[in-house]
Design a protein around this ligand. Structure first.
Ligand SMILES: [Ca+2]
Length: 364
């Protein structure tokens, strides 16, 4: 099972289920959290002085909670001493000059249902009939047409993260929400995602370097089968585990999360970057955070993977949204106009989803 889970469309490498004994490290964890909270509070205070943003948390029209992530600097990637790291995680300084809001939780089935009810949207997996990677009755992961966001092969409530959505499906959701609220929703850039996950830490995980507390912070791959250490064999409802210092849930594990950026292996450079947005060409898009079938090392803050933006649909993969702050007085660009300017992905969406997407993407 392990080697077939994610390999066919995976431009990087498949997941390997996690293993290892349970160890309680409550004291160590508490120390790390206290330090992180102190650091983050200081960053937030600084950010407020600079940006005069006075809201740390908002609820949007879907009832989705988003938390404010202040601007700041961090080291993206991982040190060579980090266990489980990959060579592509070349550490480099990154400065994010603008604050943004990020979903406290992964986008849920209930929220995606509202999108579909409003637009009759069909996901790529529904449209081409090929579905994606779901879970069969024996608990193994296989690719079949019957596995879609409505039927991943395991029971899901409205509070579960929506899964089996391609990058283009996630972008369509963002466009719909942007047009609905007259605001700019998008996927976080890879740098924004890692910065938000770290929440002021530079350790392998947001709670430290030891992967054992993952069962408190995350729903990850389980071994042996039938005895999940975190209580979930597959996706868990969002928000069932402890949040990080920014108040973000499930950044490690549960489902891989799409980022805005294209993915090219070994594309990191050691020089400092400001507001990076990734490579300018390539079909794969970045996924971060690991999922319910992932080994702990794949759930590290710096771990990254690339998957095809349309063809890859997995029941261990979803997304969360970012809300970008528009400059005061600036006219808002529609999602469709922005996509056209960025390279004509709207036409591509129309090709993939026909008239259905046409109803979603209103040309400016
Ligand atoms: Ca699990």
């Amino acid at each position: 099972m392990a080697n077939s889970i994610e390999s066919p469309f995976d431009v990087h490498q498949p997941d390997v289920p996690a293993s290892g004994p349970d160890v309680s490290l409550l004291a160590k964890r508490a120390g790390v959290i206290c330090a992180a909270v102190t650091f983050v509070l200081a960053m937030i205070l600084d950010a407020h002085a600079a940006e005069s943003l006075d809201t740390k948390e908002i609820k949007n029209s879907l009832g989705m909670k988003l938390v404010y992530i202040p601007p700041g600097k961090f080291t993206m990637g991982s040190p060579e001493t980090e266990p489980g790291r990959e060579e592509q995680e070349t550490p480099h300084e990154v400065e994010l000059t603008k604050g943004f809001y990020l979903g406290a939780y992964e986008v849920t089935v209930g929220q995606f249902k509202q999108f579909v009810a409003d637009t009759k949207f069909q996901t790529d997996g529904e449209h081409d009939g090929k579905g994606g990677w779901g879970v069969n009755e024996a608990g193994s992961i296989e690719v079949k047409g019957k596995y879609t966001w409505k039927s991943p092969g395991f029971k899901q409530s409205d509070d579960h993260p929506v899964v089996l959505v391609s990058w283009s499906d996630a972008k369509a959701f963002c466009r719909w929400l942007s047009d609905k609220e007259k605001k700019e929703y998008r996927l976080p850039t890879e740098a924004q995602w890692e910065y938000a996950c770290r929440a002021g830490t530079q350790t392998a995980y947001t709670f430290g370097n030891d992967p054992q507390p993952l069962q408190v912070f995350a729903n990850i791959g389980d071994r042996p089968a039938g005895n999940p250490k975190d209580g979930y064999h597959q996706a868990a409802p969002v928000g069932r585990f402890k949040p990080n210092a920014f108040g973000l849930y499930d950044m490690h594990g549960n489902v891989w999360e799409w980022c805005e950026d294209r993915y090219v292996a070994n594309s990191y450079r050691p020089e400092k970057q400001t507001d990076p947005s990734g490579p300018t060409s390539g079909n794969a898009r970045v996924q971060r955070g690991g999922g319910w079938s992932s080994a702990a090392s794949r759930c590290r803050s710096a771990a990254r993977i690339g998957r095809d933006l349309v063809a890859y649909r997995g029941s261990y993969q979803g997304f969360r949204v970012a809300l970008v702050q528009a400059a005061a007085g600036a006219p808002r660009e529609s999602g469709a106009a922005r996509e056209k300017r960025a390279g004509g992905r709207v036409a591509y969406m129309l090709l993939v989803n026909g008239a259905v997407t046409d109803a979603v993407v209103k040309t400016a």
